[in-house]
Design a protein around this ligand. Sequence first.
Ligand SMILES: [Zn+2]
Ligand SMILES: [Zn+2]
Length: 296
Amino acid sequence: VSDSFLHKLFGRAGKATPSVEEARTDLDRLAAERPELQPIVAWLGDMLAELAPPEIPPMGLTLDPAVARARLGEGIPLLRGETLNLDPREFHRRWRRACEALEICQPDPAVATLASALQETGLKPGAMVEAVLAGRPESVMQLAEEHGLDPGLTSTVLRFTLFPTVTALANSLAPLREGAAWEEGYCPTCGSWPLLGEFRGLDQSRFLRCGLCASAWEVPRLWCPFCGNRNHERLGFFHQEGEEASYRVANCEECRGYVKMATVLSALPPLHLLVVDAVTLHLDFEAAQRGFTNPP
Ligand SMILES: [Zn+2]
Ligand SMILES: [Zn+2]
């Protein structure tokens, strides 16, 4: 008895919290029928505990409510021009951890190079974060190329490295957005393009979700977040057989952009956002085959 008691007591430290367990269970269940997604699903499953946002944002960043309102009123994201006081050691650790977990699931020399890039190529975390918050995600790709790294991989590892911290920060800033209109396709908090969207609840209101900070913002049902097209004849949906009730792709014939849409009862928690993105990767492949892209 005492053994199991001690085990319980000491085993608790570092154990996954309930939301992590739930996200992992959903990930396994949703990915069960898609063996081709196995490497990415294994990687995300391994990373989930690491990606959970801390309850208290690790960096103190406060915004004057009047400044926040003015920014939102002009279509400027809350974090534009702000500096994130990231702990460099923590950044390096998370970066390395994301790369190492990826290498285990899918050995690739590009990942190994990326894992040591911060030490060996002089790639600066601050410069990448600054580019993202300035609304220039393409600059991250450019920086990666200049340092001999895979641009897509670098952007993705950066996003996962920042996710828990920036998600906690966005959560703390959320009250500043209450009652403020936001009619842009990019995230009102950090300025990133949406990772995916949700048709929520009984009325199927449409929300977009940010893949960097997990913010949600409501948008019109028939509207392209990338070019603003509202012409329903130039907007469409496609889905894979049997999945229409869960996942669809909303695509735009004007700019050839697309965003994946999940039908949900209520807002996806941050980790579930990453889970749904991973288990719908087949839709990204299909969108690419049909000639649709989304911005970095
Ligand atoms: Zn965001
Ligand atoms: Zn468009």
